[in-house]
Design a protein around this ligand. Structure first.
Ligand SMILES: *Cc1c(COP(=O)(O)O)cnc(C)c1O
Length: 236
């Protein structure tokens, strides 16, 4: 859909600041419960389908780490925001089509959805061409759900080796989205074990519904949208 449109929500500044505050204090509590340093958990504020004016209050409050799902929507929103807040760190947390690899490498500092060899090849080419070095995370389909992105559990070792040996890509970590109907902790624990086996420092896991559990299981990056910005419009 070349001309896909992006509906957007317009949360009030008070609502966004309240959400951010609540999430920050729950992060502190979850880290304390797990005997972890709260600063070892990076809060990626997922602002997909949130209008720029809904994001500005979080930026003005000092938050700098944001996540988006759609390359086209991000291109429309973030260049102007980055002019005002140049030290923003932008994460692509949604799936990435290989034909958008160039734009993704130009725009994002961290890409969470690397899940297949063809995409690794496309990213490697654009990284070499641009000289930019976004951090790359491999998404793992821990529930082996057919409709979901992520490399299957049986292929994750193969993909990690090929990223390194065939494409010269330094993978920094793993990402997962547990099945909606399953307790998430087992999936978080599984992802943590795979990361440990491969010596990968970044664990991107936990969303609005389950980030305290993810922190308990060692998440270094949590991706939280609704709990900060409120409900989003639906796409499709
Ligand atoms: C939308 C999205 C999030 C944020 O989800 P919430 O439930 O709104 O916190 C996190 N990760 C990914 C991959 C997403 O697509």
């Amino acid at each position: 859909m070349a001309d896909a449109t992006f509906p957007s929500a317009h949360p009030s500044a008070a609502a966004v600041l309240g959400g951010l505050d609540t999430v920050r204090s729950k992060i502190r509590q979850a880290a304390e419960d797990a005997e972890r340093d709260p600063t070892s958990v990076r809060l990626v504020a997922v602002s997909k389908l949130i209008a720029a004016e809904g994001i500005v209050p979080a930026l003005e409050a000092g938050h700098r780490v944001f996540g988006e799902n759609y390359v086209q929507e991000s291109k429309a929103k973030w260049p102007a925001l980055r002019e005002r807040f140049p030290d923003v760190e932008l994460h692509l947390v949604g799936p990435l089509q290989s034909n958008k690899a160039r734009e993704a490498v130009e725009l994002f500092d961290v890409i969470h959805g690397l899940d297949r060899l063809s995409l690794a090849a496309a990213l490697a080419k654009e990284i070499e061409r641009s000289g930019r070095q976004p951090k790359l995370l491999v998404q793992v389909n821990t529930g082996d759900e057919p409709q979901k992105g992520g490399v299957s559990l049986s292929q994750v070792d193969v993909l990690l080796a090929a990223c390194r040996d065939t494409h010269g890509l330094a993978i920094q970590g793993l990402m997962c989205i547990p099945p909606a109907d399953a307790p998430p902790s087992a999936h978080f624990a599984l992802l943590a074990r795979i990361a440990e086996r491969h010596n990968l420092p970044i664990l991107s896991m936990g969303m609005s519904a389950d980030y305290p559990a993810a922190i308990q299981m060692g998440a270094t990056h949590i991706r939280v949208g609704t709990a900060i910005f409120g409900e989003r419009p639906r796409r499709d």
